[in-house]
Design a protein around this ligand. Structure first.
Ligand code: ZN
Length: 346
């Protein structure tokens, strides 16, 4: 992974810095003209990696950059990290330096997004805050900040470097996995072509006291207390919240089946073959499409009565435990200890 990232980290830089001249050389290597700053995602071995940028139908219009670190981040002092980040940002010589940051409280609640923009031509500073949702992951808040930064750039075209310390967002955008349908990632991708400028997306190390990043961080934190209003909840966060919720059956039959258990014994059931699991699920829910009780419920038959005995509704319980017409089958199937207590009446 590191190798791929590094390869991709270098390529766009070449494209970025030598945009006018690099085309021919890179074109020869890969056969793909480097139009519109699309990254070439083929690795050095020339093989295409599916789902990554560089596929012919995909153009982000983003150059992905990273502050390169030779050793682990915590082996640098914050001064060293700050110096590297500053050097990198200045080397890109952009009209706008944009810092984005997202924040949530500790419980995936009350998200806030902060965007801080320095206009390097006029010296004007822009500060923006956005509520990111009453339920929100830090990833979601980071993405919203990016959405708003890119949206601002669509209205204020110019070369820009957008700095983020969110490696997960940087990777998600760079990887361009078409299966990643996270709404905000899709929104960022959709907005990018409208920016009409050269956009670099630069990962910077967090907590290195880079002044612009500190401002964005502060804006994001302040945004968490804004009125959250109708901010939509992402699918990912909804899923995470549901998973986290304590499992408590409400349905009468489910309570009867599971009793005080905290959750189904997925650990045991997952080892069963699929056919057994689905049969078990039918037993549990009573939804057996072969039985008249169920067919009656879904209005496929007019009468739920057991076709074998005609005495009672044809439910799973009736078939397994009570149907007199199936007595002998029960004896055959349920041997010890149940058969020993069989008195011939039920
Ligand atoms: Zn019956």
């Amino acid at each position: 992974m590191g190798e791929i990232l590094q390869t991709k980290g270098r390529r766009p830089q070449k494209d970025h810095d030598l945009r006018e001249n690099a085309t021919t050389q890179t074109q020869n290597q890969t056969g793909i003209p480097l139009q519109d700053r699309t990254i070439d995602a083929r690795s050095t071995d020339g093989k295409r990696r599916s789902g990554e940028a560089g596929t012919p139908w995909y153009e982000t219009g983003i150059v992905f950059e990273k502050v390169q670190l030779e050793k682990k981040k915590n082996e640098y002092t914050s001064e060293e990290l700050r110096a590297r980040a500053t050097e990198k940002i200045e080397s890109l010589k952009c009209e706008y330096t944009v810092y984005t940051d997202g924040s949530t409280d500790h419980n995936q609640e009350n998200g806030g997004a902060g965007v801080y923009i320095e206009d390097n031509c006029t010296g004007v500073r822009h500060e923006m805050m956005f509520p990111a949702g009453r339920l929100c992951s830090s990833f979601g808040a980071e993405c919203l900040a990016m959405v708003e930064a890119v949206r601002w750039l669509t209205k204020n075209p110019g070369t820009a470097v957008i700095c983020t310390d969110s490696l997960s967002m940087h990777s998600a955008l760079m990887k361009n996995d078409w299966r990643n349908n996270t709404n905000l990632i899709v929104e960022i991708r959709n907005l990018m072509p409208s920016t009409n400028g050269k956009i670099s997306l630069l990962w910077i190390p967090a907590h290195c006291d880079l002044p612009g990043n500190e401002v964005a961080d502060d804006l994001a934190k302040r945004a968490t207390v804004l009125q959250q209003g109708e901010t939509p909840v992402s699918y990912a966060i909804a899923k995470a919240r549901i998973k986290r919720r304590k499992w408590s059956p409400k349905h009468e039959r489910a309570i009867e089946t599971y009793g005080e258990r905290r959750q189904p014994r997925i650990d045991i059931e997952s080892k069963w073959p699929r056919s057994v699991r689905s049969q078990y699920a039918r037993l549990r829910t009573g939804h057996a499409k072969e039985l008249r009780h169920y067919m009656y419920m879904i209005e496929k038959v007019d009468d739920p009565t057991c076709t074998a005995c005609g005495e009672d509704e044809e439910t799973i319980k009736h078939i397994l435990c009570h149907c007199p017409a199936l007595d002998w089958k029960r004896i055959m199937l349920f041997t010890e200890p149940d058969a020993s207590s069989y008195d011939g009446t039920t």
